[in-house]
Design a binder for this molecule. Sequence first.
Ligand SMILES: CC(C)(COP(=O)(O)OP(=O)(O)OC[C@H]1O[C@@H](n2cnc3c(N)ncnc32)[C@H](O)[C@@H]1OP(=O)(O)O)[C@@H](O)C(=O)NCCC(=O)NCCS
Length: 160
Amino acid sequence: MRPVVAGDEPWFQSLAADPAVVAYVGDGRPWSPQKASRRFAQGLRATNSASAGGWWVILTPSGHATTTSRAGLVTAEKDRQGALEIGIWVDPRWWGRGLAKGALRELVNTLPRRLTLVVHVDRANTRSMRLLRTAGFQESSVLPQASTGPKLIRMEMHRR
Ligand SMILES: CC(C)(COP(=O)(O)OP(=O)(O)OC[C@H]1O[C@@H](n2cnc3c(N)ncnc32)[C@H](O)[C@@H]1OP(=O)(O)O)[C@@H](O)C(=O)NCCC(=O)NCCS
C-alpha cells in the first residue's frame, strides 16, 4: 500500500463510478465525479494530517507505483466517537485474490494500538462480511435504516 496522492483522483472517480464497487456503499448508486472529488479531497486531507487516519492505494501484486498498479483503496477516518472508520474498495478485476485481506492486515498492523476500528457494512455484502470476520471484526449493532439503500450493521475491532 502507499498513501494516496493528488494524481489518484481520476482513478478514484472511476472506481466510485463502478456500480459493482459501490453497490453496498452509501445509497448503493454510482458516484458522480463531483461527489467523488469532494470525498477524495477529504481523504487527501486526512492522509496529509498528523492524525492516525488516511487513505491508501492497494497496489497490484507486481507492486510498482504506476497508474496501472492501482488495485484498490483503503480508507481510515476518525468518526465522532474517536473510532477509526475503515472502508475497503477493490477494483472488481482484482477481486478474490486476497488483496483486501492483505491490505486490512497491513493496516491493522501499522495503526497505533488502543484504537477501535469500525466498519459499516451491509450483511448482504458476503465478500465483505467474510473479509471482516476473518480479520477479527465482530458485529456490534444494527444501524438506523433508511427506507432505501443498504441495510448496514456496525462491525468493530478493539485493539489493545
Ligand atoms: C469486499 C471486497 C473489498 C473484498 O475484496 P477482495 O480483494 O476480493 O477480498 P479477498 O480476496 O481478500 O477475500 C476476502 C474474503 O472474501 C472471500 N471471498 C472472495 N470471493 C468471495 C465470494 N464470491 N463470495 C463470498 N466470499 C468471497 C474470500 O474467500 C476471503 O475470505 P477467506 O479469507 O475467509 O477465504 C471487494 O469485494 C470490494 O471492493 N467490494 C466492493 C466495495 C465494498 O463493498 N467494500 C466493503 C464495504 S466497506
